[in-house]
Design a binder for this molecule. Structure first.
Ligand code: NAP
Length: 289
């Protein structure tokens, strides 16, 4: 029997664990502490399921597949205490937004997932709203994983061009997360005069940074992303908006900070990104991760 663990019993990790619960596998959901979660799925807020979480630091046997679904600022603490879960062939899926974190791993089979799972955790209540998809690069390991989960609700989609999928999500996150976090407003901030222009300029800089890394997007993508933003309900918050309101560390390092470092690498001029990045850094709370 396959052993699977999911570290990070939040919106994404709990959904992955719940989706895989009925497979013929041994699955553990691991967090900072033992707790029992109330879990709602697919936007159905009437039917509650329970999910048990075991503490990561207590000893567990090595697993064959490990999903890591913590926020970017929480990754270092996971990496300092997860080695007991690994054997040489363990496949690790980093189910996170952003880019640039894989270099922190000292393990051969780690793959960045592009996560399309939407949900929220409040206390011990996790509400999954919609989507069950993780996009991964196509290789022998991920093909094996995709077959393994084929009978579950988790949709592992394999692509030949993972970098494009990662950068597309990075761009979608870039503008809306920045403006909602900095203004401490929901998507309603898009109605402020000049805000859509600011998003457009930021996205154009993002596309230029992608191009320097040989990730090519048509400029039409800016209109497509702005159209996605316009489809958001005005009372919808983004994860960076919720994190800033809760005074939690922001995922800047893997989104705006990552793009900033790549822009510097290629000596690109990115005045909008530079300003946004500095302003976000200034908001970053100095608190325990
Ligand atoms: P989340 O709800 O905040 O969940 C993170 C979980 O990890 C929390 O339960 C947290 O515990 C736990 N954790 C933190 N440090 C840990 C540690 N050292 N050991 C074990 N567990 C630890 O975050 P999320 O929304 O699932 O997001 C995970 C990633 O997916 C992020 O990169 C996010 O941007 C991305 N994403 C999220 C969504 C979404 O809709 N939520 C959509 C797409 C992508 P505590 O509860 O104790 O803090």
């Amino acid at each position: 029997m396959i052993n699977i663990a999911v570290i990070g019993p939040g919106a994404v990790g709990s959904t992955i664990a719940f989706d895989l619960k009925y497979l013929n596998s041994n699955i553990q959901l691991l967090g900072r502490r033992a707790e029992t979660l109330q879990f709602y799925t697919n936007g159905d807020t009437k039917t509650a399921y329970t999910l048990d979480v075991a503490p990561l630091h207590v000893h567990h046997q090595p697993v064959d597949v490990l999903f890591i679904a913590v926020k970017i600022p929480q990754l270092d603490s996971v990496l300092s205490e997860y080695s007991h879960l690994l054997h040489s062939e363990t496949i690790i899926i980093l189910a996170q937004n952003g880019q640039g974190q894989l270099s922190k791993f000292d393990h051969p089979h780690v793959y960045q997932g592009v996560v399309y799972i939407s949900g929220q955790k409040k206390g011990n209540i996790v509400t999954h709203y919609r989507d069950h998809k993780i996009i991964l690069e196509r290789n022998l390991h991920t093909q094996k994983l995709s077959k393994l989960v084929a009978d579950s609700a988790l949709n592992i989609e394999l692509t030949e061009d993972i970098n494009k999928a990662i950068w597309y999500k990075l761009l979608v996150n870039l503008a809306i997360n920045s403006v909602t976090a900095l203004s401490r407003s929901t998507a309603s901030v898009l109605e402020v005069p000049g805000m859509k222009t600011l998003c457009r300029q930021l996205l154009l800089e993002g596309i230029a940074i992608a191009k320097a890394e040989h990730i090519l997007f048509d400029h039409k993508i800016v209109d497509d992303i702005l159209e996605i933003y316009e489809g958001y309900p005005s009372n919808m918050g983004t994860s960076m908006y919720y994190d800033i309101l809760a005074n939690k560390p922001l995922e800047i390092e893997g989104i705006q900070g990552y793009l900033f470092s790549i822009a510097r690498k290629h000596q690109l001029e990115t005045p909008i990104l530079d300003s946004i990045y500095a302003l976000l850094l200034a908001q970053q709370p100095i608190i325990d991760k």
